[in-house]
Write a protein that binds this ligand. Structure first.
Ligand SMILES: Cc1cc2nc3c(=O)[nH]c(=O)nc-3n(C[C@H](O)[C@H](O)[C@H](O)COP(=O)(O)OP(=O)(O)OC[C@H]3O[C@@H](n4cnc5c(N)ncnc54)[C@H](O)[C@@H]3O)c2cc1C
Length: 300
């Protein structure tokens, strides 16, 4: 039995592993995809302290290397379910099962995709899911924001401050976010609105050059240099639903103390109910969760 099982090797899980090892606990990190998590999809990160500009894979490699050097065990596997046992917890994966005294859920979240032609090809290279992260790369350029909720409207407000033109494309005939944000956007001369319209294809050879959109007036091409898709996030917490409560959106409800409603289980990063989902906030959660888990084990 290991001391701490961390589920997910994004920045939250890797930081938790680092702090767990510094606290002299045995730690196993299980990851179903790329070690490094979502940041491995980002070609350039410019808002993580200490790095003026770094690729997501470079930052991920640095974090993974540091955690391995500290003696953490990293396992490629997908956790399917998790249950409480007499001495702790048992997580069952596709390839094996993992016994631990405590668990840190750091499974992250996925940006909901549109699921249309060209989306995978241009993700991180013309298509972004985060204006806070990538907005600066489109200064003076034409962008489209897809969505009509608060996230999309807030992204459009942010982008309108630096982009030449921002076009909001919403599938419904109205916006579902706050009217105040819509009113703010209506005062901006560089913002356009297209409602009742869906994106059917991302266009371009090597670089993204535009999107094909389809609405009441038929199909047309909107020429843009970048697209921000803001149609929601999907947390990856399904495997833990039998052990901890999830809120109505699927996040694990918790404060900055990272405690859950199951003693001995902690939650860190994007999969936790929180306001800001960034690498810096994931790393903060990871450190807090590991220190809480260490305290829990020492008090057992
Ligand atoms: C394209 C892109 C660009 C971004 N750019 C920036 C940026 O410039 N600056 C910034 O601060 N933030 C950026 N972000 C956001 C940032 O990457 C996230 O906020 C951060 O990665 C969250 O870290 P996390 O560890 O909580 O989750 P994640 O990074 O999502 O990691 C969670 C990991 O858990 C794994 N996992 C999930 N379920 C299971 C399971 N059942 N079993 C095993 N493993 C599992 C996932 O595969 C994943 O690797 C960007 C995000 C994207 C997608």
């Amino acid at each position: 039995m290991t001391d701490i099982l961390v589920i997910g090797a994004g920045p939250a899980g890797l930081t938790a592993a680092l702090y767990a090892r510094r606290g002299e606990k045995e730690v196993t990190v299980v990851e179903k995809g790329a070690f490094g998590g979502q940041m491995t999809f980002s070609p350039r990160i410019e808002n993580y302290p200490g790095f003026e500009s770094v690729s997501g894979t470079e930052l991920a490699d640095a974090m993974v290397g540091q955690v391995l050097a500290q003696g953490a065990s990293l396992e490629p596997d997908e956790i399917k379910s998790i249950e409480k046992t007499e001495g702790g917890f048992r997580a069952v994966g596709e390839f094996g099962s993992y016994e631990a005294k405590t668990v840190i859920i750091a499974a992250g979240a996925k940006h909901r995709q549109l699921g249309v032609e060209g989306e995978n090809r241009f993700t991180g290279e013309g298509i972004s899911y985060c204006a806070v992260c990538d907005g600066a790369f489109y200064k003076g350029k034409r962008v489209a924001v897809i969505g009509g909720g608060n996230s999309a409207l807030q992204e459009a407000v942010l982008l309108s401050e630096g982009c030449e033109r921002v076009t909001l494309v919403q599938n419904l005939d109205y916006f579902t976010g706050e009217q105040k944000l819509v009113d703010t956007l209506k005062t901006k001369p560089n913002v356009d609105f297209i409602t009742g319209t869906v994106v059917t294809e991302f266009l371009g050879e090597t670089d993204l050059t535009g999107i094909r959109i389809s609405g009441k007036d038929g199909e047309r091409v909107l020429e843009v240099d970048g697209v921000f898709v803001a149609i929601g996030l999907v947390p990856q917490n399904g495997f833990a639903s039998g052990l901890v409560s999830l809120d109505k959106w699927g996040y694990v409800p918790s404060g900055e103390n990272t405690l859950t409603d199951c003693e001995g289980v902690f939650v860190a990063g994007d999969c936790r109910s929180k306001g800001i989902r960034q690498i810096a906030t994931a790393v903060a959660d990871g450190a807090t969760a590991a220190l809480a888990a260490i305290r829990y084990i020492d008090g057992m």
